[in-house]
Design a protein around this ligand. Structure first.
Ligand code: GLG
Length: 830
């Protein structure tokens, strides 16, 4: 039960919660109080970790009143909320963002100084929660930031992984994974609520029975269960007083589970059972865009989705809401197929537990979900074997079969006699094994289906789900991704933010299209100077970070060329690498003089999925090329390759603002959107990129003159694929390409060992699924244009300013407005 047992009489008991005073004094008092009462230490005996934890509590205290008020207001207003269901949230560090949202940056800085402490040092003590792999998880984090800032009620649901994305280290140039122990030094940002735990069932069988009204019903008799413990996190809006909630679930053994075994006298077995249960939220699967179909992964998916639905629905029932009108209260957004098992789960709750008729339940279910697809790669679309699904969730499999039967009846009625089509559209795949196509289930159940950039949504309609888009054209829509300007401009690039605010006011932080007002300054030499100085400052900041973090020294005055993203063949890190090798080869073979090169530092950041051999080999090769190039005196001061390990959000915040050139070089039609591309452009980097994902829209907005386009477009890729692609012909006909590949083959980067990178070269020459060789020539030509432009600093800076001014469209606030208007139909609270 909640609330006091009797009516409170003390006036304070019902007074609104208050915040500490928004002043240096108020802050210092609060901070010291937290240090004493929370950490149990005095300032003089406190460790940096104590100080960081006390600082986090202090800032939380400033957010607390807003959070409580938000929850009260939202509950009272009985409005429709967004339930964002995502297996990943790549949040990044919390402290900086919380300081920004509360406008406490200056106050904290001064207050800590008075205590003899340095804010930056305390900030770097925070270990970021890396509860995501890459773009998809970071997008979820940007979206919840925007919704809070826009005053839209939203609850984010996900998993509190005990270990997030692995920590990457390099040993002899090879990736080695270490566990990410992000919770080990304390976790000040979370609020566990064990009393609100929910039970999640698994396994067993189903049985038919007749209920008291004589109706034929089905019930699930599960074999085992676990507890889901909710951990709440604050999601503060920017300076607007709203704090939404992110609720992540952690798995624990249920009492009943181990009691039985305890009673049987097997203590060790009981402890094992507990470990088994806790395994469910133990670790984030590190595959990005390539699901592995593992049983534990399906357990994770069902676990968090079952907890989340149970949580929301219990609240509704407590408040007396009629579940027939559930869609007036919530829209669940399915972030990719990971949470799609929520669809049969809601059906099960309504039919088996709440006694709904099937058709009634389906009407409700269909109106409560919408689905976002984040990929085009066929291997990234999840298909769960019916054997596994039936074993783990027998009732859900039955429900899926029934949904499918009814759906196929509809297809057959619409296309009489077209049995081939019906089979194509079935949610149940028959090959290579019987499995449930989760994307089809999501498409059938969702009110809307969206891709994440214009090109991607088009290809989704035309190539991935053509039958479905023909059947329900109005179901399909596009929402181009966006990124939060709070974290990725205001926080990450403070001097640029000040320059922008001094020039056009600070409305841009929540209305990013206003960056357009910077356009007239693109030609202003004074503004250009300031802009360049800021870039130089950001580079110095990066240099000192990399020196301390990785022992990497970045040379002064180089073009900073950055490629940071997951290591994946489709993203084509190997194409970038071939360009570097080719420059090197031309110098060492005397075709060009080192002094002809534009001084350039290439920075890579990339994690490879631990089981993805080609990706890991590519990382190894990048490191070996770096070693060679960086140590060859012939290239001194001309070309440098840096590959700091463990690229994450924290590093991104320093790297992106320093970059001159952003590498977005995936094979056209493969990168659904990209969001790094947006962050770079917003921070004034120029893009070299293919016509892929959101690059298309970036180029349209900034203009051809301010974007380095190269490579085949999607139709050309499709045509070449259809004609038969033979990479070796490019090797044979392009001497520069051949020389670069030969150099690798001859062991130039492996101390003469000709086998070390044999598989990488062999793959490029004989398979090259993502056509790196076909785009090489055009890529090199575009890089020459980069150098030409960089030689004219005024022209470069002008383009750079125009990139900032013209990419306000890519704010995640705009994405959220699109979702609200086209998909969710929810309202802001004011
Ligand atoms: C995907 C895609 C990216 C996309 C991101 C967010 O690969 O292109 O920007 O989602 O929609 N798996 C991903 O990270």
């Amino acid at each position: 039960t909640y609330g006091p047992a009797s009516t409170p009489t003390h006036p304070l008991a019902t007074a609104p919660v208050s915040s500490p005073a928004h002043s240096v004094d108020g802050f210092v008092r609060e901070f010291l109080h937290e240090l004493n009462t929370n950490q149990g230490v005095t300032l003089s005996l406190s460790s940096v970790n104590d100080q960081y934890l006390a600082l986090a509590s202090t800032v939380k205290n400033y957010l607390m009143a807003r959070w409580l008020e938000t929850n009260r207001k939202t509950r009272d207003a009985k409005v429709k909320a967004v339930g964002y269901l995502s297996a990943e949230y790549l949040l990044g560090r919390q402290l900086g963002n919380a300081l920004l949202a509360t406008d406490l940056g200056e106050i904290a800085h001064k207050g800590l100084e008075l205590c003899g402490l340095d804010l930056a040092t305390l900030r770097s003590q925070e270990v970021e929660p890396g509860l995501g792999n890459g773009g998809l998880g970071r997008l979820a984090a940007c979206f919840i930031d925007s919704l809070a800032t826009m005053d839209v009620p939203c609850i984010g649901y996900g998993i509190r992984y005990e270990y997030g994305i692995f920590r990457q280290t390099f040993v002899d140039g090879r990736q080695v994974e270490q566990p990410d122990t992000w919770l080990s030094l304390g976790s000040p940002w979370e609020f566990p609520h064990p009393e609100a735990s929910v039970q999640v069932d698994f396994g067993g069988h189903t049985e038919k029975y007749t209920d008291d009204d004589g109706r034929e019903r089905t019930r699930w008799v599960p074999a085992w269960n676990v507890l889901g413990v909710p951990y709440n996190y604050m999601v503060p809006g920017y300076l607007n007083g709203r704090v939404n909630t992110l609720r992540l679930w952690s798995a624990q053994a249920t009492k009943a589970f181990d009691l039985g075994i305890f009673n049987a006298g097997d203590y060790a077995q009981a402890v094992r059972a507990q470990t088994f249960a806790e395994n469910i939220s133990k670790v984030l699967y590190p595959e990005d865009s390539t699901p592995q179909g593992k049983e534990l992964r399906l357990q994770q998916q069902y676990f968090f989705v079952a907890c989340s639905l149970r949580d929301f629905i219990n609240n509704e029932l407590e408040e007396g809401f009629d579940l027939h009108n559930l869609s007036d209260r919530i829209i669940f957004q399915l972030n990719d197929t990971h949470p799609v098992i929520a669809v049969p789960e809601l059906m099960r709750i309504l039919v088996d537990e709440q006694g709904f008729e099937w058709d009634e339940a389906w009407e409700v279910t269909k109106s409560c979900f919408a689905y976002t697809c984040h990929t085009l790669l066929p291997e990234a679309l999840e298909v769960w074997s019916t054997e596994l699904l039936g074993r783990l969730l027998p009732r859900h499999l039955e429900i899926i079969f029934q949904i499918n039967d009814e759906f196929l009846a509809e297809v057959r009625a619409t296309y009489p006699g077209d049995e081939i089509r019906a089979r194509r559209m079935s949610m149940i795949a028959e090959h290579p094994e019987r499995g449930v196509r989760m994307a089809y289930l999501a498409t059938v159940a969702g009110t809307k289906v969206n891709g994440v950039a214009a090109l991607h949504s088009q290809l989704l309609r035309d190539k991935v789900l053509p039958d479905f888009s023909q059947l329900w054209p109005e179901k399909f829509t596009n929402v181009t991704n966006g990124v939060t300007p709070r974290r990725f401009v205001k926080m990450a690039n403070p001097h640029l933010s000040d320059l922008i605010s001094d020039t056009i006011g600070n409305g841009w932080v929540t209305d990013l299209e206003r960056l357009r007002e910077l356009e007239p300054y693109a030609d202003d030499p004074e503004f250009q100077d300031k802009f360049r100085e800021i870039k130089a400052w950001n580079k110095r900041r990066l240099t000192s970070l990399l020196e301390a973090r990785d022992g990497i020294v970045l040379p002064d005055g180089h073009l900073l060329d950055v490629m940071v993203k997951r290591l994946h063949e489709y993203k084509r890190q190997s194409l970038k690498l071939l360009h570097i090798i080719s420059l090197y080869e031309q110098v060492v073979s005397g075709k060009i003089a080192a002094s002809d090169l534009t001084p350039r530092t290439v920075v890579f950041g990339a994690k490879a999925a631990p089981g993805y051999k080609m990706a890991k080999d590519t990382i190894h090769l990048i490191n070996k090329v770096a070693e060679k190039v960086n140590n060859d005196p012939v290239l001194e001061g001309r070309l440098k390759v840096a590959f700091p390990a463990n690229y994450n959000v924290t590093l991104a915040e320093k790297l992106i603002p320093a970059a001159d050139l952003s590498e977005q070089i995936s094979l056209a039609g493969m990168e659904a959107s990209g969001t790094g591309n947006m962050k770079f452009a917003l921070n004034g980097a120029l893009t070299i990129g293919t016509d892929d994902g959101a690059n298309v829209e970036i180029r349209e907005l900034v203009g051809d003159k301010h974007f380095f386009l190269f490579g085949m477009d999607e139709p050309a890729v499709a045509e070449l694929g259809a004609k038969g692609y033979n990479p070796i012909t490019y090797y044979e006909s392009q001497p520069q390409l051949r020389a670069a590949l030969d150099m690798v083959m001859n062991g130039a980067f492996s101390d003469g060992d000709q086998d070390m990178f044999g598989s990488v070269v062999h793959n490029l020459l004989h398979q090259d699924r993502f056509m790196a060789l076909a785009d090489f020539e055009s890529y090199v030509a575009a890089q020459a244009k980069v150098e030409e432009k960089y030689a004219d600093q005024a022209a470069w800076t002008r383009s750079s300013i125009l990139n900032v001014a013209r990419t306000g469209f890519f704010s995640s606030d705009r994405s959220m407005r699109d979702y609200i208007q086209r998909i969710w139909h929810t309202q802001p609270m004011i």
